[in-house]
Design a protein around this ligand. Structure first.
Ligand SMILES: [Fe+2]
Length: 406
């Protein structure tokens, strides 16, 4: 692909090569990788249109006709369950005049200049564009287009919404713009192995909460998620029993599709909540050692999954530009926990606990992003406790180089 000058220069730079070394001698990514619009346009091609993207959970589309929309890197998407029970991920752009299919037909004056937001619900048997009533079935096939009989060569049968490759992993819906992409599941085998005793497959998700318009780059979000160096610094008071020095160092290979960060806690049955203890019964299948671990995994570029000894939690990170993201945060519980008589109360406490961390992590991410725009933005060295950041940076550089044939 033809590349803008700044992208070509960065790809050939010693600055980028400095981020490819092992943690002990590596530097962070060049600041422009987090701020530059042309670099982000390159990442759309090199990463977002080639990699498996987590878009949501199967619980969000449990019945035929159930759908939700999301936008990833400027691509409007519809996730829908068909009459044949298949989950599909379709382009949400009408094939006629590019209207967003699920946009509202009318709004009040204060919303005249808004872009259409995301929506969800049950669409019945079809999606009908509000503009000219072009209508598509749940597979994306055009089934209705009024007053097109005088249009030369027009045949509804020729017109279909583009669809993405789809794979379901433990109830998470992944999609890929690249229909020739290697299957996802084999690439997650290592993650499956390390998290096997949590039995993610048997867990159910509660409704995710989405924070929109967060003002930092998608990589800043993920780096914060797997950074253990800040655990007993930024989170000093509240994370004392999951200390930074508890990190279990791991290797990372160029073909790895998941960044895994594991650490020892000082006490068993740790939970990210105000009591620091698991609130629900501990998952019975965990070993004694696993009950004293924190485990985080990132399947870049959109998905992150973390484990407590009684539950799990996930992030879906979708960029809306070089310096902005939306993030959905949700929980996973064993089915028996959902039937716990005090489930709503315990879940509220768990959410409060997550809030403690986000109240410190989110403004820090915003601060880092502001710093990255500075002419003095550093390419700093890393602590051994930031091993996973080096892995994430190498994952990204590997994709940058693959996309340009290096
Ligand atoms: Fe944090």
């Amino acid at each position: 692909m033809p590349l803008p000058g700044i992208v070509q220069a960065l790809l050939e730079s010693d600055a980028l090569r400095a981020a490819e070394r092992g943690t002990a001698s590596a530097r962070t990514l060049p600041p422009a990788c987090y701020t530059d619009p042309e670099w982000f346009a390159f990442e759309r091609e090199a990463i977002f249109f080639r990699e498996w993207l987590c878009v949501g959970r199967v619980e969000q589309v449990s019945q035929p006709g159930d759908y939700f929309t999301l936008t990833i890197a400027d691509e409007p998407l519809i996730v829908v369950r068909g009459r044949d029970d298949q989950v599909r991920v379709l382009s949400g752009v009408c094939r006629h005049r590019a209207m967003i299919l699920t946009a509202p037909a009318q709004v009040t004056p204060e919303h005249w200049t808004d872009e259409p937001g995301e929506s969800s619900g049950n669409t019945g048997h079809a999606f009908r564009c509000p503009y000219h009533y072009w209508t598509y079935d749940l597979t994306g096939q055009l089934i209705g287009a009024p007053d097109m009989q005088r249009t030369e060569g027009f045949d509804k049968a020729d017109i279909c919404l583009p669809s993405l490759a789809v794979e379901i992993w433990n109830g998470f819906i992944f999609a890929n713009f690249d229909l020739e992409a290697e299957p996802l599941a084999p690439r997650l085998a290592e993650f499956d192995a390390v998290s096997a005793n949590w039995n993610v497959k048997g867990m159910r998700a509660t409704e995710a909460a989405t924070a929109r318009g967060l003002r930092w780059n998608w990589k800043v979000m993920h780096e914060n998620f797997v950074d253990f160096y800040h655990s007993d610094r930024l989170h000093a008071r509240i994370d004392a029993i999951s200390p930074s020095a508890g990190l279990i160092e791991r290797d990372f290979g160029d073909d790895d599709a998941v960044i895994i960060a594991l650490a020892h806690t000082t006490d068993p049955d740790f939970g990210f909540n105000p009591t620091f203890k698991a609130l629900f019964p501990v998952i019975e299948t965990l070993t004694v050692e696993e009950r004293s671990l924190t485990l985080f995994g990132i399947v870049p570029p959109t998905f992150a999954l973390g484990f407590n000894s009684d539950s799990a939690f996930f992030l879906i990170v979708t960029p809306t530009g070089p310096e902005t993201i939306d993030v959905s945060v949700g929980d996973l519980y064993p089915e028996s926990h959902l039937e716990h008589p005090l489930f709503p109360e315990l879940k509220a406490m768990a959410d409060l606990g997550v809030g403690f961390f986000l109240n410190q992590d989110f403004p820090t991410n915003a601060g880092v992003q502001k710093g990255l725009r500075s002419r003095y933005a550093p390419q700093g060295p890393l602590s051994w406790q930031e091993n996973s950041i080096n892995h994430l940076n190498r994952w990204a550089i590997n994709r940058y180089r693959r996309a340009t044939g290096d």
